[in-house]
Write a protein that binds this ligand. Structure first.
Ligand code: MRU
Length: 362
């Protein structure tokens, strides 16, 4: 997407093709910083410490991490240890395992001398595929926005609530939950996006809001707790969120707080949609609440908040007593029964095994 006058993706190979550059998302919206990653350790740090984040982008970054590892040591042992090392960086987003498996399955049968080149080529392909998946999700999601727009008085915006950041910064480009929004605006359908701030790390306030400003999407930032109130007062027409892992039964794991939005949506008859690229489906898991590992992150993310002071300094401040301990489960699971539909690259599926198998039979 555009940053100023320039088109950016979130990740790209360096000109010599032996490393990558990423947008370091920790500094947004205050500073736009691009940093190179040229070792597996740097890639692991960037994923773990959320310089890059969002399930699809985590997967693509890990794929490039494998390629970088193969430059130094293309042996079977290095392939396995890189898989283990990168896999433990973020336990919930399933795209990470998907991308690591894809890379290992491709590289294992190749002679070691050919592995690095093949790995960079495949990582680039996965990145391209991600862009295409998001475009397709956009086209299918657009049909829902069109229907809602048609049911409203002419010129009234379709009001969409979103949680966390499932926009282009969470993917390679376009985003999953945001792709239908961009297409709707291109088609001239007025849209207004309500952006949940998304405590503790504020991905909504810092990243989604920054994206909306950059692409000139009408939007309003709200605190996480405002969603139920807005829905009760008829101010939200639909919810679209992303997902870090969706089970074969259609249970949706996403950023902490998503479940509460789904409960409020159900109580108020507001449709609740999930934008779901197929690499985010975990076919090995049925019951999301019981089986998905939920990442527990540092309590500092709850107790300390990043912001910019009036004199332009970007810094962290503490908001709770020093002696207060904080818990920080990073994701929750929304049961399939609360999900109106899964917007995939192949169409909109009911949130159930039958619905998903209908679009993805194998
Ligand atoms: O902890 P994060 O910022 O990586 O969490 C991101 C989300 O929860 C997104 O909604 C999800 O990865 C889908 S992104 C297309």
């Amino acid at each position: 997407m555009k940053v100023g006058d320039r088109h950016y993706r979130t990740i790209w190979p360096t000109s010599d093709g032996r490393a990558i550059e990423i947008i370091d998302q920790r500094w947004l919206p205050h500073e736009f910083r691009v940093v190179p990653l040229s070792t597996v350790d740097e890639v692991a740090t960037a994923i773990r410490d959320m310089w890059v984040r969002g399930a699809p982008l985590i997967g693509v970054t890990a794929a490039y991490g494998v390629a970088i590892a193969m430059l130094g040591d293309p042996s079977d042992a290095a392939l396995d240890s890189t898989w283990d090392y990168l896999h433990e960086t973020r336990p919930t987003a399933i795209n990470l395992r998907w991308a690591l498996d894809d890379m290992r399955n491709l590289l294992r049968p190749l002679p070691p001398a050919e592995r690095a080149d093949a790995a960079f080529a495949r990582a680039a392909e996965i990145a391209e595929e991600d862009v295409e998946l998001n475009r397709s999700i956009g086209r299918h999601g657009l049909t829902i926005i069109r229907q809602i727009a048609a049911s409203k008085p002419e010129g009234e915006p379709v009001r969409i609530l979103t949680h966390c950041n499932a926009g282009w910064l969470a993917t390679v480009d376009y985003g999953t939950a945001t792709a239908p929004i961009y297409l709707a605006l291109e088609e001239g359908i007025p849209v207004h996006v309500y952006v949940d701030e998304t405590r503790p790390r504020n991905q909504g306030a810092q990243l989604t809001a920054w994206e909306m400003v950059g692409q000139e999407v009408p939007h309003t930032l709200v605190v996480d707790n405002a969603g139920g109130h807005l829905m009760q007062h008829g101010l939200i027409d639909m919810v679209i969120v992303g997902t870090d892992r969706t089970t074969r039964n259609g249970d949706v794991c996403n950023k902490i707080g998503t479940y509460l939005k789904a409960l409020a949506a159900r109580d108020n008859g507001v449709p609740f949609y999930v934008a779901l690229p197929s690499p985010t489906i975990d076919w090995t898991v049925g019951d999301g609440v019981a089986e998905i590992p939920i990442e527990e992150r540092s309590s500092d993310e709850v107790s300390l908040v990043w912001g910019r002071t009036a004199d332009g300094k970007v810094m962290q401040v503490r908001i709770s007593p020093d002696a207060t301990e904080a818990a920080n489960p990073a994701f929750d699971v929304t049961p399939a029964r609360l999900v109106t539909g899964l917007i995939t690259e192949r169409g909109i599926a009911e949130a159930s095994e039958t619905g998903l198998r209908g679009l993805f039979p194998r």
